[in-house]
Design a protein around this ligand. Sequence first.
Ligand SMILES: [Zn+2]
Length: 273
Amino acid sequence: MYTLAKLPPDDQGCLNILVCELYPDGLICPWEGHNSVLVRLKYLWCRLCRRKWSLKKMLGFTNSKLGWRQLISLVTCWQGKLSPGDIFVATGLAYPTTQRWLERLRSRLPVDISPLSGLLETDQSWPGHKKHGNQALIMGLLDRDGKDIRLAAIPDMEQDSVEGFLDAYAEVGSLIYADAHASHLSLEDVGYGLVLCNHDRGHFGPTNGIEGVWSSFDRFVMRTRDRFLVTRDRFLVRFLPGLLQEFQARTNHSEWFTSPYAYIKKLQVFRFS
Ligand SMILES: [Zn+2]
């Protein structure tokens, strides 16, 4: 896990490190491949082309007021699941700004919409608390071999909702392990192989994998919530899309979370041809 201990105290030092991480073979200009590039806080400058370009723009942070040290610190804290208090110490960002930034960082993560196939487990979960109006119904799918997951909120346990989710995320012909809920019984009719097990009889075996996903998701939501005491109220409902996106990305795309630079490197939205 990366920490802030090794981060230089100033923006220029942090930018220099970031440039080294983004361009391990050396920074070259995007037009002619010159290696005579100056790294300035606001832009990169090719001395031979006499042209400048913006790293922030390349990373999709065009209008961001964050300094380079703040940006790298923020990503480091977020990846390490630090509290807003620690983020404040590291970046000087107040709680509401931090919250907005975390939403923004989450929204840049990859979204998986391709259907899974093969041996799949599916199940539903109700994280949160009904009595506080803070509960959601989540449906999940786990690829037993690849370990990839798909999670989405569904409105209810009706057959249409369940089949709609599987229609989007499970290829026809897959073998699906599920509990014996009424909405699962007809899955064979729409083209899936089906293995049903009865949770009520302590027969959890075939869906152990997706049950494990629910435990991790619950822990992830609780930890994230506890770090943001101010928004405990309806936390889950309010932040569900971002939480689902982050949790799925941490599971399916762990390579985005190996270091703050790994994440920032993948943000390069603006490429020179
Ligand atoms: Zn050049």
